[in-house]
Each structure stands twice: as C-alpha cells, then as structure tokens.
Design a protein around this ligand. Structure first.
Ligand code: PAF
Length: 288
C-alpha cells in the first residue's frame, strides 16, 4: 500500500473502529463506493455526500466479480495516489481500500442477484454485471454501515438496481443519485474515457448529442418507436457497434408502450468505439 496522507482503512476491523467512534458521537455517515480512477463525477458524489452527512467514507475497490473473462479487469485504470489527492481536496473523511482477499476470501460463495430493473439493457451484453455489482455493494454496505450512499446517474440502471436491492433486502440506507458530470462537449465523464484515442474521443461526444435529440423528439410528442428508430440508426452510423438505444420508464426501466410518451422516461444507450464501451442516459419528460 502506498504511503497515503489521507485517513484510510485497509481492513474491516480498522474501518469499523473508525466508524464506531463517529456513531458514538451521533454523526451521520455517507458512503461513496468507487472503483478508483476518480474524475469529477466521483468527486461531485463526495461533495453531495458532504452536504447530506457529517462524515464521508469513499471506497476504492476494482471488483473482479463485475468483469467477465475478456473484459478490462487487468487494464482498468488504477491511479491510487491521484485518487487520494482528489479525495483529500474534496474533504473526504476516510478511504476504505479492501483487498480481493478481504472481499472474497478463499471459499467465498455468496452472490446477490436481482430481476426487476436489472433485466435487459446492460444485462444483455454483460449478463454477469449486476450480480457482481449487487454482491460487492451489499458487502460494502454491511462493512461500512452508512446512513446514506451515493451513486452517479451516469450508471442509471445500476442506480435503480441498488435502490431495488436496498428495498428488497431491508438495508437501512438512503440511496441518493448524483447528476452526470460531462466534459465541455457533452461526453459523460467515465474512467473508461481514458482508453479513447484522440480520434475516438472526438466521436465519443456524439452519443450525448444523439440522446439529446432522442429525448427532445419524445418531449415533442414523436411516437416512441419512431424516435427510437431514428436515434438507433444515427448511432449505428457513428459508432463501431451499438448494444442498445432505448427509451424506458424512468422509475422501473420497464418497456414503454408505443405512441406519445405518457410517463416520465429515460433514454439510454451503450455503444462501442474500438475496444471501448460507452454508456450514457438522460431524462425525457412527457410532452406538455
Ligand atoms: O459504479 C461503480 O464504480 C461500481 O459499479 C461500484 C458501484 C463501485 C461497484 O463496484
């Protein structure tokens, strides 16, 4: 472990000792789970947590269970020193840095799996993904024991999956979503943007423009299927591959009936540029 200036815990017992003293002082604890390679999107969640809680814990753990064989587990950016500096500047109170052995010791066998909002979209291309996310987040919640936890709307389906898990499994934790942070040209911030070449980076921002046009068309009363077909065909022309371009019910991610939008929706897309997979989403209001 590098020599970090910020308070950090690398074991469950050290983490709990620190949190117990805060609890004894009656403090409210906020939690921001991350996989590191922090950008302004993560830091905005730490700030949101600071605004709602007395103490904020951020975890950094690249969770092997949410990567399938052949995905980017080994190359996922690991930038611990820079991450610690950013968390210090954001006045995060404690970083939790568990190891693989702590999270998944020999003989580990439990898994959390959900249906509902976990079905479809990301699960089509990455069927393992939400089992891995729900499992690690459930473990982190039990280890940290926060009052509130904060997740980015950039991963909108993940946010709904965590809300559903907390409800179904009775975790006494309030989940709050933080708005997507974007680069000047609209590209949603993501640790994986670091994989993009200069040429791919220029193309990547088109995803945001396609979703904006899609949402605008729905808000203007265009039938869902027609607006979706147009967004899909533009995305297919721009990107190397398209996993999905969809409009779904914002509350449940269930399919929408065709015709004019009658419930608040979310437009969501996942596309590929070379080896890099980009996801993004945004709200679409019902036509006035
Ligand atoms: O969104 C992420 O960075 C991860 O999926 C999470 C929630 C930290 C779980 O590993």
């Amino acid at each position: 472990m590098q020599n970090l200036q910020i308070a950090h815990a690398t074991t469950i017992s050290a983490l709990r000792t620190r949190i117990r003293t805060w609890r004894e002082d009656g403090l409210r604890i906020g939690f921001v789970p991350t996989m590191g390679a922090l950008h302004d999107g993560h830091i905005s969640l730490v700030r949101l947590a600071k605004a709602h809680c007395d103490r904020v814990v951020a975890s950094i753990f690249v969770n092997p269970k949410q990567f399938a064989a052949g995905e980017d587990l080994d190359t996922y950016p690991r930038t611990m020193i820079e991450d610690a500096e950013k968390l210090t500047a954001a006045k995060c109170d404690l970083i939790y840095l568990p190891t693989n052995e702590i999270m998944y010791p020999q003989g580990y066998s439990a898994s959390v799996s959900l249906q509902g909002p976990a079905l479809g979209l990301e699960s089509e291309a990455r069927p393992h993904f939400f089992h891995g996310v729900a499992t690690v987040v459930a473990k982190l919640f039990n280890q940290v024991g926060p009052d509130m936890a904060f997740f980015g709307e950039k991963d909108y389906q993940q946010l709904l999956v965590i809300k559903q898990m907390v409800k179904d499994l009775d975790f006494p934790i309030d989940i709050m979503g933080g708005g997507t942070m974007r680069e000047k040209d609209g590209l949603a911030m993501s640790s994986r943007n670091a994989y993009l070449s200069a040429e791919q980076r220029a193309t990547a921002s088109r995803l945001n423009a396609i979703l904006k046009d899609f949402a605008t068309a729905l808000e203007a009363g265009r039938p869902v299927a027609e607006a979706r077909a147009e967004a899909l065909s533009t995305a297919q022309a721009v990107f190397d591959g398209v996993d999905y371009v969809e409009a779904r019910c914002a509350a449940t991610l269930s399919a929408l009936p065709d015709g004019k939008l009658e419930t608040p929706a979310r437009v969501l897309a996942a596309v590929r540029l070379g080896q890099t997979r980009l996801i993004d989403n945004m709200a679409a209001k019902t036509p006035s």
